[in-house]
Structures are given as structure tokens and as C-alpha cells.
Design a protein around this ligand. Sequence first.
Ligand code: NAD
Length: 266
Amino acid sequence: MKKLKPKEIEDIRRAAELLFLSKNAIVLSGAGISTESGIPDFRGDSGIWEKYKPEIYGNIQSFLTDPSKFWKMAEDIAPTLFSAEPNPGHYAIADLEKMNIVKAVITQNIDQLHQKAGSIIVYEVHGNINRFTCLGCRASYNKEQILRKLKKEKKQVPGCNYCGAPLKPSVVLFGENLPNFEKYMSIDLAKKSDLMLIAGSSLEVAPICDLPLYTLSEGGKLIIVNDEPTGLDKRAEIVLNNKTGTILPLIVEQIKKMIVEDELKN
Ligand code: NAD
């Protein structure tokens, strides 16, 4: 771990204090929180996304025209997604929920690592990799059924048992709308939140990049933990340009000390 600068140590303490004093803190996470679990994000120079441009391979129009392209990418990426384990950043967020500080996690990630780490109130605004839907008759399949099907049928694109139409994972592709419940819930949570902790997101993917603006417009504050600058840094109370797996556990450690000090005072 790189030695922290004095300013970072002070910012970690201030972030902990803001969270400790908050009434309705929420987390907005992005692909960056999962890179330390071995899942590449879209922005870094990972070979996967160089080989399969997400905007092309993960686009609903190209899926409808030729689903085999998407399924070829999935074959390459799925083993990493399915075998990934949470890292200290995910566990720190789950700890914040257990301490009743974080009231909900809104995640753009499809990897389910927040839930694996123990977070319970998680809104997956871009869906997840555990369900698959038939584009013809809307029949629904789970991950295990699809893996068995792929192994048995040896087809590049798994088809529906009932109508034969191609199956699509329940992840939101470029050009698709967000699931309604998660969309309206996350807007409502962002508006009501007095503090949004943003972890590992470039804040460039619409419409989720607008959620922090709802928090700001209602008088809430932002803490951004991201290893590179984002477009909202100027409007954030605290910005920590470092790894989420390093910073978030340190914030939790500080809050635990504050809780003990508070108990001793009362
Ligand atoms: P993004 O790829 O646009 O941005 C990730 C940000 O995290 C970047 O700014 C990067 O510099 C930063 N980052 C990378 N590793 C970090 C670390 N260890 N600590 C702190 N910061 C780190 O991600 P996004 O904003 O979530 O938007 C991209 C889209 O990609 C989302 O829609 C998401 O659904 C999808 N996606 C998801 C996964 C996943 O489920 N794990 C992986 C790749 C892409």
C-alpha cells in the first residue's frame, strides 16, 4: 500500500466524521470498486475491453441484429465475473450498512459483489448476471440453467426451451432503459440523501451520472473516492483520489473509533 499523504489522512478523518454525523447516507458504486477483485472497468487499458468495445458488443441494437457477438464476449468475461470475490472496499461498505450509517447502495455493477460482501439493501440499476430472459416469450432462466444449457447444446447463442428465441442476460445494455423500479428508487434515494459516498465511478455513464446532482440540489453533500478525477470533484465536499480498497476500510476504522469515543462520553 502506498504511504498516504497528510492531506489524505485528514480527508479520511473528515469523510468518517461526515458519515458518522449523517442521517441518511447512501453509496453510489461503479466498476472501479470491483477492479481490485480482478474485474476490469471500462476506462482502464484492460485487454478485454480493447478486444470487445462495450459500446459495440454490449449494445442492444447489435444484440438484436446478431446476439452471437455478445455471447462470444460473455464466454470470455463470464469466468472472471462468476469467480470474483469481494475486496476490502465491498466489505467496508457492508460494514457501514451494519453500523446503520449507510442506508442503501446503488450500484452500476452487475457482479453482485456487494451482496457477496454482506450488503443487503442494494439497487442494481444495470441489472445483474444471475438471470436471463427470452426475447421472444419472456421465459426466465437462472445462471445455472444457462451454464448447463451452453455445455449440453454447444450452441453459441442459448435459445429458449419454449419458443427458441435468443436468451439475454438481465443486464442493461447500451441503448436500453434502466429497470423502472431501480431507476425511480435510486432517484428518490438520491434526493432524500444528506450524504452520497461515490466509490469507483467515472460518473460518465448516463443517466446514473445525474444521481449525485439530485443529492446536491436538495442540499446533500458528496464524498468521492476514485483513483482519477471526475467531473463532479469541484462540487464534492471531499475527494480522495486513491483505491477504494485502501480508503474505504480506513474510513470505517475511523468511524469505529468515533463510535467508541461517543459511547465513552455518554
Ligand atoms: P467506469 O469504468 O466508467 O469508471 C470506473 C472508475 O473507477 C474510473 O474512473 C477508474 O479510474 C476508477 N477506478 C478503477 N479502479 C479503481 C479502484 N480500485 N479504486 C478507485 N477507483 C478506481 O465505471 P462506471 O462509472 O461504473 O460505468 C461503467 C459501466 O460499466 C457501468 O454501467 C457498469 O455497469 C459497467 N461495468 C460493470 C462492471 C462490474 O460489474 N464490475 C465492470 C465493468 C463495467
